[in-house]
Design a protein around this ligand. Structure first.
Ligand code: PLP
Length: 388
């Protein structure tokens, strides 16, 4: 079965008592036991909850994984992966990685002796050179947030495997509809289910997916020990969103592609970052490993920082906001918002300028979105653009 069908059927068995076609929300913290050690598979909601289990069943089936674990947020899922490491381990990350992942590794785990360094993942030789004897994790995010950089998942997973290094892919931007990292040799997939999988900008969540039983057992132990689990109602909301993920992301990708092409020919736009464009430096890799290019793009505005700020304040359909993957379109300035926790040096190294604008395309009509951008761009006539 294809992921679209699985998204509707997996983890959605009719409830036994009444036949309710949608499983109820198991809004309970604990369970009545028949005797000590005699229970129906659930003991306490931090350890397990049917609403969470059903979502985990759906996500695992859609991603083609044996196991899934759901967390209170994407960062809670990422944190659990880092907590599986030990002092002295090294994590190699993309230079342009989500700001929250950068912050967690650079400003939290530095105090626990976990080393992190950053490299351009599209450059295989640079990755090879950046590996250390103590590298425990090769962290991949592809496409990256916010520059939409793409790396070759299969090639990097093979390199890591040959050295006994765990490969993790943050698959949030691509979704399992467009990209299947486990089938490309990756050990662990991370999602912020807050984004496309939930899809409605009304819930936070995170997930880990893998095939290896021992890795799953280690992460499951940590999930229960640490406790950043997904609440039952939130799990139910994400599962509700999941049923339409295929339809949503295909429309979002088609609209994002149209917007990217339109922006590319706009005189006030210096450069557009979207893996579906032939001008994208890793377009061939994206075309090889993705079946769609996603609903996020970013572009460099011709002008100064104030122009970019004026632009995102002038859009009417694109709300100024820091998320993506939802039904409503959002715009932001990564340097000032989503990636503000990066140092200036790290932003410069990654190429995240003050005039970079990120667009998360929603489900409005693409022509209405283009017209919104057109009027917003017209309202910011920068000196540089006018003089061209
Ligand atoms: N990974 C990526 C690529 C993200 O964009 C985000 C959030 O924007 C996260 C992880 C963190 O997810 P959450 O906000 O659900 O904690």
């Amino acid at each position: 079965m294809r992921p679209e069908t699985i998204a509707i059927h997996a983890g959605s068995q009719a409830e036994g008592l009444t036949g309710a076609i949608v499983p109820p929300i198991y809004q309970t913290s604990t369970y009545q036991q028949q005797g000590i050690g005699d229970h129906k598979g659930f003991i306490y909601t931090r350890t397990g909850n049917p609403s969470r289990s059903l979502l985990e069943e759906s996500l695992a089936a859609i991603e083609g994984a044996q196991h899934a674990l759901c967390f209170a947020s994407g960062m809670a899922a990422i944190n659990t992966v880092v907590q599986s490491l030990k002092s002295g381990d090294h994590v190699l990350c993309p230079a342009s990685v989500y700001g929250g992942t950068f912050r967690l590794l650079s400003n939290v785990y530095d105090r626990f002796g976990i080393e992190v360094s950053f490299v351009e993942m599209a450059d295989l030789e640079a990755v090879r050179a950046a590996l250390r004897p103590n590298t425990a994790v090769l962290w991949l995010e592809t496409p990256t947030n916010p520059l939409l950089g793409v790396c070759d998942i299969a090639e990097l997973a093979a390199l890591a495997r040959s050295k006994g290094i765990l490969t993790v892919v943050d698959n949030t931007f691509a979704t399992p509809i467009f990209q299947r990292p486990l089938e490309l040799g990756v050990d662990l997939v991370v999602h912020s289910t807050t984004k496309y999988l939930g899809g409605h900008l009304d819930v936070l969540g995170g997930a880990l997916l893998c095939n290896d039983d021992a890795l799953f057992a280690k992460l499951k132990f940590l999930q229960n020990a640490v406790g950043a689990v997904q609440a039952p109602f939130d799990a139910w909301l994400i599962q509700r969103g999941l049923k339409t993920v295929g339809l949503r992301v295909r429309q979002q990708a088609s609209s994002a592609h149209a917007i990217a092409e339109w922006l590319e020919s706009h005189p006030r736009v210096r450069r557009v970052h979207y893996p579906g464009l032939a001008s994208h430096p890793q377009h061939a890799i994206a075309a090889k490993q993705m079946s769609g290019f996603g609903g996020v793009l970013s572009f460099e505005l011709e002008g100064v920082a104030e122009d970019a700020e004026r632009l995102v304040a002038s859009t009417q359909l694109f709300a100024l906001g820091e998320s993506l993957g939802g039904v409503r379109s959002l715009a932001c300035i990564p340097a000032k918002q989503t990636h503000a926790s990066m140092t200036q040096e790290a932003r410069d190294r990654a190429g995240i300028s003050d005039t970079l604008v990120r667009l998360a395309v929603g489900l409005e009509h693409p022509q209405d979105l283009i017209e919104d951008l057109e009027q917003a761009l017209a309202s910011v006539p920068s000196v540089a653009a006018v003089m061209r």
